[in-house]
Design a protein around this ligand. Structure first.
Ligand code: BES
Ligand code: MN
Ligand code: MN
Length: 462
């Protein structure tokens, strides 16, 4: 391990330069305009893997964006780690809120990142974290210190639901066979409080359209008599949560696994500073489901959020208009046992049912995915915990995350393997927001920690 760590130190600057180059590629999977950039990024990942010493690398085209697959077998009798990550990013909008252009990475110091952080879309989610694995692998290969076999599966559609990766996993089940999946696409509590994510929420994402009159109308001539779709949509959305912030869709909570008081008590021992949380977000209070702490509200409880809402006149100045249509994008975060398809169907039935006379509504499902729990009593969890203990000098805390990585549930179902979520970002790194960044400390800490995971995992599997 000494040689590996020495190699990482000696190649620090080059590792960073290579990441910065990839961050200049606008690999926005959601926007068809960027299709060729997404493809270019796949090539960059494939080249990096080859240059790092991975013996077999291939780009698999899909119905959407390509999947980069790499394989390095040193001895078929040894365990195999499958590294998953994604090279696609969220749209950078709204652009005017970025302090520097999203695809022109710059390094700046912040209060939380006194050693500097890389500001760019994808720096933390997930190019920076995915690239740590490529470079940790390189360091092990170049020092003859790889203790097991490795497979890489780096996709370009995570941010749009991983639909084609699901198909790929089923089709290439044999090729992907492995003992464990290792992912860095989550966060730690703080740079001095390491943690390992032991759960992810599922997702059901829908778009709704409310149509009133067959054209935009003069709001004075018709207003007062004709249903206003924007107002109706607001009423309908408002009615989907009660005073206690429970979701009112019938059947929504039916399958929710009730977490024991013991487990709730344990998870609430994780360090959480409410004042700091409020201050960081510029708010004076939180607002969530009654009877649950913030940590619980953002991990073990399902939610419903409006991601965007539009309709009517939003240009400069005032225009008196009664709009014909209103739209919203709505997501629901799900917890274990809730089924994404079931929840989408419940939402659709309810939403159509509460539409008043005078409007028509349409519900269009987007992507979805199931929740996942990754237990903490496995060899892979222990290996990750030992690796973090070695690099941070502290035992990591197991925490359930609020975000979603839909493919994790599928890895378990299709490949029959468990996943370790050993992420190195911070919740304050502004992923999906303007000014996304990733601490240099976090980038290098990840590269330093990953080889220890391989070492301890291989030892524990002996
Ligand atoms: N890396 C995130 C998920 C994440 C972030 C999990 C932080 C835990 C902590 C991932 O790229 C992501 O953003 N996933 C999407 C889901 C997808 C289907 C659009 C999400 O959670 O919104
Ligand atoms: Mn991600
Ligand atoms: Mn993301």
């Amino acid at each position: 391990m000494k040689g590996v760590q020495q190699y990482i130190i000696e190649n620090r600057q080059r590792f960073l330069d290579e990441l910065l180059e990839m961050l200049r590629i606008p690999s926005i999977s959601a926007d068809a305009k960027y299709k060729s950039d997404v493809a270019r990024n796949a090539e960059y990942v494939a080249e990096s893997l080859k240059n790092s010493g991975c013996s077999k690398v291939e780009i698999y085209p899909t119905g959407g964006h390509p999947i980069v697959y790499g394989e390095h077998t040193i001895d078929p009798t040894l365990p195999t780690v499958l590294v998953y990550g994604h090279y696609d990013v969220q749209p950078p909008d709204p652009l005017d809120l970025w302090e520097s252009p999203p695809f022109e990475p710059v390094i700046k110091k912040t209060d939380i990142h006194p050693d500097g952080a890389i500001f760019a879309r994808g720096s933390c989610d997930d190019k920076g974290q995915m690239f740590m694995h490529v470079k940790a692998f390189e360091a092990m290969i170049k020092n003859n210190a790889l203790p097991c076999n490795v497979k890489f599966m780096i996709e370009g559609e995570e941010e749009i639901g991983s639909t084609n990766l699901g198909i790929f996993c089923k089709e290439y089940k044999d090729m992907l066979s492995c003992d464990v999946v290792l992912i860095s696409d989550t966060s730690v509590i703080a740079n001095d409080i390491p943690s390992i994510t032991v759960g992810l929420r599922g997702l059901s994402y829908v778009e709704v359209e409310v149509t009133g009159p067959n054209k935009d109308l003069h709001s004075g001539v018709y207003g007062g008599a004709v249903a206003n779709p924007v107002q109706i949509l607001c009423d309908m959305i408002a009615s989907m949560k009660d005073q206690q912030k429970h979701i009112t869709i019938p059947g929504f909570y039916d399958d929710v696994v009730v977490v024991s008081d013991l487990e709730r008590a344990a998870m609430n021992k994780a360090p959480f500073d409410k004042q700091k949380y409020l201050k960081g977000l510029g708010i004076d209070a939180t607002m969530g489901e009654e009877g649950y702490t913030v940590l619980e509200q953002t991990s073990i409880r399902p939610t419903l959020e409006v991601n965007g809402i539009w309709g009517g006149y939003i240009g400069e100045g005032a225009k008196t208009v009664l709009p014909s249509k209103a739209f919203a994008k709505i997501s629901m975060r799900l917890v274990p046992n809730q089924k994404s398809d079931t929840i989408t169907a419940l939402f659709k039935k309810h939403f159509e049912g509460i539409a008043p006379a005078g409007v028509k509504v349409e519900v269009r499902p987007h992507h979805g995915g199931e929740a996942a729990v990754t237990p903490s009593d496995t060899a892979e969890y222990k290996a990750a915990a030992m690796a973090m203990k070695t690099s941070y000098g502290k035992d990591p805390i197991p925490v359930r995350g609020g975000g979603s990585i839909p493919i994790v549930a599928l890895f378990e179902k299709v490949l029959n393997v468990k996943t370790v979520l050993m992420g190195f970002g911070l919740d304050s790194d502004d992923i999906h927001s303007p000014n996304e960044h990733y601490g240099l400390y976090n980038f290098y800490k990840g590269i330093e920690t990953i080889p220890y995971f391989y070492l301890y995992y291989s030892e524990l599997k002996k």
